[in-house]
Design a protein around this ligand. Sequence first.
Ligand code: S6P
Ligand code: ZN
Length: 190
Amino acid sequence: MLIRKAPVGLGKGGTLEGTQISRTIRRIEDLRNFFHDATSVRNIDPQTLVYEVDVYSPSESSTNGALNFGVTRIEPGRVGTEFFMTKGHVHSRGERTEFYWGIDGTGCLLTGDPEGRWRLEQILPGSVHYISPFSFHRLINTGEEQLTVGAVWPNDAGHDYDSFDRERMPRVISEAGTVRVLLSDESDER
Ligand code: S6P
Ligand code: ZN
């Protein structure tokens, strides 16, 4: 029997290479409503790259139990004091879970449960993170290098970007060269 080459691999710079891969690119113009400081958003070139997501979906979307494999690469940078981050979402099928793991760079994972309790986990190369059912999840690059994070999640999970109140989300900011977390008055930690 032939020993075949794997159809997909992680290339230099954290790009997924191979077949059945799609890429989503998010620039400042796509994220206007996600950063807190609207004035700073307006002052950045709308074409500025914030993050890219490569997704390998080997199964038909109708396949029961199908998984997606993804890699997210977030550029280093800030909007005002707020670090570059993903939009953040809860799965449309809220009970669907997900694993993240750190590949390169440093940052954090913000999660929030439906009761409004928030949690931040440090992401480092090799760190493993579990997104529990009904949890909001967002990646934040707090470092000077690109943050690269792998993920595996059910193909039928879907993305819901609007069910969590953005005003209540903790914000991760840079202050005097350190990473600081600002909680809204109504935020709770867990
Ligand atoms: C999908 C998974 C990731 C994110 C990606 C971008 O369930 O959590 O692939 O889609 O990190 O984040 P967002 O919030 O812009 O979809
Ligand atoms: Zn997800």
